[in-house]
Design a protein around this ligand. Structure first.
Ligand code: NAD
Ligand code: UDP
Length: 343
């Protein structure tokens, strides 16, 4: 049942003139977060008007503060667990609302699960009511701790229902089911993007994920914290490549409705990532080893054949090239926090 308990008017009566062919009104849930805010800046440039919903749980006001006076941007502080309605035209809905960093999503696991499942249902009901196309930011975590590599979309995963990561992994799996079922039963026009580890400017420096941790530790002259042996692997995608991928997936016509992996297939051990960060940052100290968190996946590498074939997309920023602007961004963040009396 769809209850319009929160109503607001985005105030957009018409679509901006002069934008690209696809321009219209896009709702971005989770738009104050890392990926969401990068996406919004790009969509505004493409001529979209934006309705951003975010509860600021892990998102940052800094990511959107410059936009608050932009007439094509509206921000609503809203938790997508609570039902909502958006009046006026809605053409596209990107659901990026959910904490993505393990320490953050594990802080309130029940809320993370509800965001993934109940939040997704509320998003889908809006898409149904507006006949809008909707994209779900799913995740490589639906594969859990995979025993095959690289992971293609047909791999069904090795996931724990009760481990510390389950609130996120199983929440995202259930959300994919809801997206699939709303497509099958109501004809909602859905896209399911399985995003692999993504990094870049606008990440929260205190986010707790490996790229932000290593870069901030190096810049502060601290030892880099490696969990476990550091032999586990991840494949890191630069944010500009990911934004291109999400838009390509959203705008693709005549594709099937099955999930598509989006990520960079260049695979690195965590030790290799630490070395790369240290190469870039002269202040960096050595490394220190900590215990491996429970259920930490040993390997992760996307098979992006479907993205290449259906979306004609593939990443073109190497980890080395993406780290440069990322480190510059974190350096600025650190300088700003120090000038305000922070650490
Ligand atoms: P993020 O934590 O920076 O952004 C998430 C945003 O969602 C934040 O602004 C947060 O405040 C908001 N949010 C969380 N719960 C909400 C709720 N109940 N109601 C409204 N807003 C809520 O994370 P991110 O890296 O930008 O990730 C964005 C999306 O992409 C997430 O759904 C995540 O699962 C998915 N994803 C990200 C990665 C990655 O490497 N960054 C990988 C796989 C999947
Ligand atoms: N990791 C690490 N040191 C850190 C943070 C993370 O060694 O300070 C490891 C973590 O154990 C995992 C990998 O880096 O194996 C990626 O962790 P992240 O939290 O970025 O994302 P995940 O892919 O695990 O969700």
């Amino acid at each position: 049942m769809f209850t319009n308990s929160v109503r607001f008017d985005p105030g957009f009566d018409s679509v901006l003139q002069g934008g690209v062919d696809t321009s219209g009104v896009a709702v971005v849930a989770g738009g104050a977060g890392f990926i969401g805010s990068n996406l919004i800046w790009r969509l505004l440039g493409d001529g979209y008007q934006i309705v951003c919903l975010d509860n600021l749980e892990t998102g940052r006001h800094e990511n959107i503060s410059e936009l608050l006076t932009n007439p094509d941007f509206k921000f609503f502080l809203h938790d997508i667990i609570k039902p909502f309605h958006v009046t006026g035209r809605v053409d596209r809905i990107y659901n990026l609302a959910c904490p993505a960093s393990p320490p953050k999503y594990q802080k309130d696991p029940v809320h993370t699960f509800l965001t993934s499942v109940v939040g997704a249902l509320n998003i889908l009901q809006l898409a149904d009511a507006k006949e809008a196309r909707v994209l779900q930011s799913s995740t490589s975590e639906v594969y859990g701790d995979p025993d095959v590599t690289p992971q293609s979309e047909v791999y069904r995963g090795l996931v724990s229902t009760v481990g510390p990561r389950a609130c996120y992994d199983e929440g995202k799996r259930a959300a994919e089911t809801l997206f699939h079922d709303m497509h099958e039963t109501k004809g909602v026009d859905v896209r399911i993007s399985r995003i692999f580890n993504t990094y870049g400017p606008r990440m929260d420096p205190e986010d707790g994920r490996v790229v932000s941790n290593f870069v901030m530790q190096a810049l502060r002259g601290e030892a880099l914290t490696i969990y476990g042996t550091g032999g586990q692997t991840r494949s890191f995608c630069y944010i500009d490549d990911m934004v291109n991928a999400l838009i390509a997936h959203m705008e693709a016509e005549d594709i099937d409705f099955d999930p598509i992996n989006l990520g960079n297939p260049d695979e690195f051990t965590i030790i290799e990532l630490a070395q790369l960060v240290r190469d870039f940052i002269p202040e960096a100290q050595g490394v220190v080893f900590h215990g491996l968190p429970k259920d930490d996946p040993k390997q992760r590498c996307p098979d992006i054949t479907r993205a290449k074939t259906l979306l004609h997309w593939e990443p073109n920023v190497s980890l080395r090239d993406g780290l440069e602007p990322t480190i510059k961004y974190f350096r600025n963040e650190l300088a700003q926090s120090q000038s305000f009396g922070g650490g």
